[in-house]
Design a binder for this molecule. Structure first.
Ligand code: DGY
Length: 331
């Protein structure tokens, strides 16, 4: 039997999506859109899971056990708009017979581009340079000089990728083209063909890898196993000349420890697109010339946002037609 009588599920979308995605959803489903784009309150989310056949949440919506407990009998699919599902209690959903899907793949290249952007911008001191151009007073540009804004070279440096999934591998391909040597730590070692293709060196010991790298890029998901994986002890293993880049999830790094070390000059710099308590940013990370902070925009391209919407629609439609959604998240 089809999961939704008539094949047109009642889909509640928690955030404003691109117009084209919303229009397509209206054609296919009974949709309940959030036109204001304000994040839903806890009460509004509870009402949403109560009336929905399918919920389309996004980053920032806390779909925890308490909320899932308030789901109505019709909720059968949580089709997340985004790849990361750390804001969804997938195990509790599974126990209640609610499927969860996400949108992997379509944001891989964009997120890897953003990782490279940070990896280039911080060692080459782009934010300091841009600030000097903008300054109207004596802090402004006095002209070229041999000693002016000398950063650190990328070519020839060791890059340590923490998490070698789709995005980590896309970062590796790019960094190779920039002449970096590629190292990675991952729970599972890559198939030797992939490892050879990327010319990447696997480190079983994260500690040992951290101690040797010039740049560390965080590309693993946030799970109970990766929470504060880069804690104070591990950050201290890094060379004081090393940089750290994070386009994954803030929770993987102990932000207090990182802030303290950056302030004390115990690391060369950081490029961070994600934070532990978004949209709040740890004040210790702010105001440092060698730290570039971005508001979680790694996957924010017009193309990517449309493709994420297409993925959500395909997941819902496939499920409504009685099949397994292609991007089912298995806890
Ligand atoms: C993702 O898809 O996980 C991005 O971080 C936005 O949610």
């Amino acid at each position: 039997p089809l999961p939704f009588p008539g094949g047109r599920p009642r889909v509640v979308v928690t955030r404003k999506l691109p117009e084209a995605v919303e229009a397509r959803m209206r054609e296919l489903f009974e949709v309940d859109l959030n036109l204001s784009d304000a994040p839903m309150s806890r009460e509004a989310l509870a009402a949403a899971v109560n009336r929905a056949d399918v919920l389309v949440p996004a980053l920032g919506d806390r779909i925890d056990a308490g909320l899932i407990g308030q789901a109505g009998p019709d909720l059968k699919l949580i089709a997340n708009y985004g790849a990361g599902v750390d804001h969804i209690d997938v195990e509790t959903a599974r126990r209640r017979g609610i499927h969860v899907s996400n949108t992997p793949g379509v944001l891989t290249e964009d997120t890897a581009d953003m990782t490279m952007a940070l990896m280039l911008a911080v060692p080459r001191r782009l934010q300091e340079g841009a600030k000097i151009i903008e300054a109207e007073d004596e802090a402004g540009w006095k002209g070229w000089s041999p000693t002016f804004l000398n950063g650190r070279r990328i070519t020839g440096k060791r890059l340590g990728i923490l998490g070698m999934g789709r995005i980590g591998q896309a970062v590796a391909r790019r960094a190779r083209a920039f002449g970096m040597s590629i190292h990675y730590h991952n729970r599972r070692r890559l198939h030797s063909d992939i490892e050879t293709g990327l010319d990447a060196t696997w480190w079983e010991s994260l500690d040992q890898m951290l101690a040797r790298m010039d740049i560390v890029s965080v590309n693993c998901p946030h799970t109970p196993g990766t929470y504060h994986l880069l804690n104070a002890r591990r950050l201290k293993l890094m060379k004081p000349s090393a940089y750290i880049v994070n386009t994954s999830r803030g929770e993987v790094i102990d932000e207090n420890a990182l802030g303290r070390m950056l302030k004390a000059g115990e690391l060369a710099g950081a490029g961070l697109d994600v934070f532990e308590r978004e949209p709040t940013v740890n004040p210790d990370l702010k105001g440092l010339p060698n730290v570039l902070l971005l508001p979680h925009m790694g996957s924010a391209t017009q193309e990517g946002r449309l493709e994420m919407g297409e993925k959500v629609i395909i997941n819902i439609k496939t499920f409504a037609d009685g099949h397994r959604p292609p991007d089912l998240v298995v806890p």
